[in-house]
Design a binder for this molecule. Sequence first.
Ligand code: BGP
Length: 486
Amino acid sequence: MPKSSQGFPEHFLWGGATAANQLEGAYNEDGKGLSSADMVVYVPKEKRTGGHAIEITSEQIDKILSGKLDHERFPKRHGIDFYHRYKEDIALFAEMGFKVFRISINWSRIFPNGDDAQPNEAGLQFYDNVFDELHTYGIEPLVTLAHYETPLGLTQKYNGWASREVIGHFTNYAETVFRRYKNKVKYWLTFNEINMMTISPFTGGGVVIDRVQNKQQTIYQALHHQFVASALATKLCHEIIPGAMIGCMLARMETYPATCNPEDVRKSQHENQMNLFFTDVHARGEYPSYMTRYFEENNIVIEKDASDDEILKAYPVDYISFSYYMSLTVSSELGGDRAEGNLFGGVKNPYLKASDWGWQIDPVGLRITLNNFYDRYQKPLFIVENGLGAYDKVEEDGSIHDTYRIDYLRQHIAQMKEAIKDGVDLIGYTSWGPIDLVSMSTSEMSKRYGFIYVDLDDEGNGTLKRSKKDSFQWYKQVIATNGEVL
Ligand code: BGP
């Protein structure tokens, strides 16, 4: 167990995190097939009617495939053109001193339909080029196997992860990339924010929910398939790449009780369990007992193969990674002042301010999260997403004074340092979207996280030119001083 320390460990992995579908573009180049993300249409704010624009219906897919929505915009198909500009972008990350860069491999670049007999060489070559470029600067790649990019072919054939068939196709894909990149990639993640399946089964697993009778049953069955696939990928990773580390990834929502009323406290405990369920399975290698009751009360019966429980037990993850943007607060009373923008619901926390998108900003919650995780699992932790989505203003001279972003990050990093002093084994930090990219939940470009500005607007206009915001120099200094100067 690591000793309590005064600051960030010597080889702390500072960097930034991205996802293929929000960054690469080139959605139909060099043999790439369509993925779930390529189906997401941009809906301007004033036309949104609630719900998530990321959850897609069968009708919408049919319309897209028959060309009836060709007039719509699909920002995730175009990203910020990293596919053609990765050298320029990586040079900027290197200038900031990145030790690590988180990227996802787009499964449909490697297996265009998800279940093809042979991988697509051009797709494999693209990631070779990116990893080589990173290594030129001494930057370690951290690779997510599935970041909201299920090949559409698997949706059409099997309804995505709802079918057990997809496990084999995923492990084949995982094995292909482990073998190909075994000398280039040491850090791996299986499923990005695996808990997204409960909010958007299409985003989380290419599952079109209007095709099934029992929504909850399907969601938890699809998750079971992902748990087994994740364990099998962990096994393969260890066999193929000795010394590699492979982890799981959760959108962590530390959930507070609205008051000290025991009913509120119990409600927050329940919500925390429902969120930690995913890391419990990955880290402990078994379903937690509280889920048995939940499944019974909700008429959910998980169908398992005879060896599934053994597989989960035999191949737990090496580390726990998570995204952290906000905390939640829940009340046992119905109604109340709802925190609608907060993605996962709850009530407003009167002690916290929210971002322009309603996400409640809570740096101390990050220290609490880190301590709770470490108490629970005693495994290394990696924060693989954190940051502030904000509107940026470009001044006449081209400068961008994003003090709000610097403040947000500074406060969170300060709390990470406290958690390390508490004895937490934190191995790295990749802020979300070090270069502006397409928003996951809204497909906007104006919701920006970057240290690097990209000239592109919500309507797809712009030169794509990259420029440095004030936060660029600030983060460079944070890394150079290993978190001493914030
Ligand atoms: C996480 C996702 C990312 C991402 C980030 C910010 O949920 O893993 O893909 O984009 O959140 O969300 P948004 O882009 O909606 O602001």
